[in-house]
Design a protein around this ligand. Structure first.
Ligand code: SF4
Length: 436
């Protein structure tokens, strides 16, 4: 059972030396009980206390890492129910289901493996393949390995999986699945390879019993198949598992595996699985039109709400600007930057783009927070030495911060300050009509 803050405090040195970054051992103990710090932050805990604290400091959801060839997919180590309480750490891996018997296996794997899409400067891809052993699994794995290095989920009975495991030595695949009827041979396989093991049961009670039985056989890395028949049933089970795990109920403290590929509406089931706690998700086939929104949704849910996605402040060149091209200004919030950069790039018009350090906030938010003002803009223009690149000193500020133009004229007296449109989409028309 988890220890309370006071119980943890009694096991700490109680010297209040502050080396952990907290003013007192009690403050550190409270944070440790809330799983917001690592025990290793205190260098003075005795070995005896470490043992007693091990359970309390262990993450409530075990971190399970699937390994391909130099490529990994991780799930687990989550510490909260709602993203805004802290953050979600490991994005659920998206796996494409393929069949060993498919004559087009190589073609399908190649297409999915090559898929890359850029979203606000982040490269998004699939995470691996879920291989159904409906034919020679070892040959199928060899075919996949000739194309892709991504981790694998292997789906089949113990005999088929055993044959396939020989083809992925040195990797850590996920074996699917141990249930009440085959738990012993599956646990044996997972332990001897070693591999992670998916565990499946009809109810959460049965699932908790089974994970304990398998753990007693020496398998630590497990993943839960919740087996809900409907969207609602799956959601209830997934939420219960997360709640129980966060209360340190160890038998269900594992990542969850979801199969939207078997749902009536795959897109909705997959979106629900991303939002509500799945660690690994199996999709029916490679469909870019489904994959892209899921990847973007995943990015949005797994972005740390306290750390917005940012681009590097600096001077960016768009469409090979010349010395008389206009200089635009924006903030370093990724979505703001890409909205502006994409609109200007798409128009074919050359421009310089000064990206100021606004701590990753959008224009209006940054202005309201005092992170995007005339002083900061002027500082960026000087720091990035923009004046040396242009012959015509024209600076276009976003329409939302038109109020800054007067102050900016005072900060940059030899620049012409122009107020641009409020929305990035209107920039090309503004540049054509107002900047000639
Ligand atoms: S580093 Fe350890 S001993 Fe020092 S204040 Fe933190 S918890 Fe206490």
């Amino acid at each position: 059972m988890a220890l309370t803050g006071i119980q943890i405090y009694k096991l700490l040195p109680q010297t209040n030396c502050k080396e952990c970054g907290f003013p007192t051992c009690l403050a550190f103990a409270m944070k440790l009980a809330a799983k917001q710090v690592e025990l290793s932050a205190c260098p003075y805990v005795s070995e005896e206390s470490k043992k007693q604290l091990a359970e309390s400091s262990a993450p409530p959801i075990r971190l399970v890492t699937l390994k391909g060839v130099d490529v990994e997919a991780k799930a687990g180590n989550e510490i909260c129910l709602y993203r805004h309480e802290k953050t979600f750490y490991h994005k659920p891996g998206l796996f494409i289901r393929v069949r060993a018997s498919d004559p087009d296996l190589a073609k399908k794997v190649a297409a999915a493996d090559a898929y890359k899409v850029n979203y606000v400067g982040i490269e998004l891809t699939i995470d691996g393949f879920a291989v159904v052993a409906d034919s020679d699994l070892a040959t199928a794995i060899q075919t996949i390995r000739s194309i892709s290095k991504r981790p694998l989920i292997l789906i089949g009975d113990p005999a088929a999986l055993q044959a396939g495991l020989a083809a992925c030595r040195g990797e850590t695949p996920l074996l699917y699945a141990a249930d009440a009827s085959n738990a012993d041979p599956m646990a044996e396989l997972a332990k001897s390879h070693p591999a992670a093991l998916a565990v499946k049961a009809e109810s959460l009670e049965a699932l908790a019993d089974l994970t304990q039985r398998i753990q007693a056989k020496g398998v630590q890395d497990m993943v839960l198949d919740l087996d809900g028949n409907t969207l609602g049933e799956w959601l209830v089970r997934s939420t219960q598992v997360r709640r129980l795990a966060l209360k340190n109920f160890r038998p269900l403290g594992y990542p969850v595996l979801a199969f939207p590929c078997d749902a009536k509406d795959e897109a909705i089931a997959a979106a629900q699985a991303i939002a509500k706690y799945a660690g690994f998700i199996v999709l029916n086939e490679f469909k870019p039109e489904l994959l892209y929104p899921l990847l973007v949704l995943r990015e949005n849910i797994y972005t740390d709400p306290q750390k917005p996605i940012q681009v590097q402040p600096g001077l960016y060149e768009i469409n090979q600007p010349k010395p008389d091209s206009p200089v635009l200004v924006t903030t370093n919030f990724s979505i703001t930057y890409f909205s502006v950069a994409n609109e200007v790039e798409g128009s074919g018009l050359p421009a310089w783009l000064v990206v100021t350090d606004a701590e990753g906030m959008s224009v209006l938010t940054a202005w309201a927070a005092g992170k995007f003002d005339a002083e900061r803009i002027a500082k960026a223009v000087k720091t990035f030495n923009v004046a040396s690149k242009v012959t015509r000193k024209r600076l276009v500020i976003p329409g939302h911060v038109a109020v800054l133009s007067g102050e900016l004229e005072a900060e940059l007296p030899d620049w012409e300050i122009r107020v641009g449109p409020r929305e990035a989409v209107d920039l090309p028309a503004f540049m054509k009509q107002a900047l000639n």
